[in-house]
Design a binder for this molecule. Structure first.
Ligand SMILES: *Cc1c(COP(=O)(O)O)cnc(C)c1O
Length: 225
């Protein structure tokens, strides 16, 4: 299936999910995750009307950045090694995987202007997932105050790999509650309005639970229909 056809379908599904819970679809940024696909396939997404691209490795990001430059909004969504920060820092608009102070230090040091970051939370507590546990988030964000080049615009999570809708829902709900707690702290450097949650298998539940960014790879740009 062409990317444009899939995009239309996904946008329609997002609209329906929004209707169900009385949300405005304009609140939701659709990020095309192009990590498994060619530049050509990524270009199809841009031509079909996607504005946001997500990559999870520095090599993948740099390779596609060479082609598309500043045309898309770039999201770095993978776990980020400290020594790789310098490679991507002036190319990305959002980093979704801030999960430790040493990484914050490096981002602050290398950035020439404020970088929009999301704190990655391992809500489900699965060992295989990156991110900090829910009960560490508030303290972590308090520690970010000295890093003037970091703006904590939101939280990100990856839900467990399951088809159990209730488990997924609970995971997204917890992230939303955490985001609201942080908003109440009214920190200038951490407005925390964004919730980056939902992938190919669970983005509709994430939208129902308040996602403002969904990260969709397989369902949008995957080559197998
Ligand atoms: C790969 C990836 C996605 C997209 O996954 P799909 O299931 O293909 O939609 C989203 N978020 C992160 C962090 C990823 O690594």
């Amino acid at each position: 299936m062409k990317v444009s056809t899939k995009l239309e379908l996904i946008r329609q599904q997002i609209n329906d999910a929004c209707l169900k819970v009385d949300r405005n679809p304009k609140e939701i940024k659709l990020i095309a995750v192009t990590k498994y696909v060619s530049k050509e396939r990524a270009e199809e997404a841009l031509e079909a009307g996607v504005y946001d691209l997500g990559e999870n490795r520095d090599e993948g990001l740099l390779e596609k950045w060479e082609v598309f430059k500043d045309k898309p909004t770039w999201h770095f969504i993978g776990s980020l090694q400290t020594r790789k920060v310098k490679n991507i820092i002036d190319k990305v608009d959002y980093i979704h995987s801030l999960d430790r102070i040493s990484l914050a230090e490096e981002i602050h040091k290398r950035a020439s202007q404020k970088v929009k970051c999301l704190v990655q939370v391992n809500v489900s507590g699965e060992e295989s997932k990156h991110g900090m546990s829910s009960d560490e988030v508030i303290h972590f964000i308090e520690q970010l105050q000295p890093f003037e080049n970091i703006s904590v615009v939101g939280l990100m999570t990856m839900a467990p790999n399951t088809n159990d809708i209730q488990v997924l829902r609970n995971c997204f709900r917890k992230l939303k509650e955490l985001g609201e707690q942080i908003q109440k702290m009214k920190l200038d450097y951490a407005p925390c309005m964004e919730l980056s949650m939902g992938m190919s298998n669970d983005f509709l539940i994430a939208v129902e639970e308040g996602a403002t960014m969904v990260r969709i790879g397989t369902a949008l740009v995957g080559e197998n229909d």
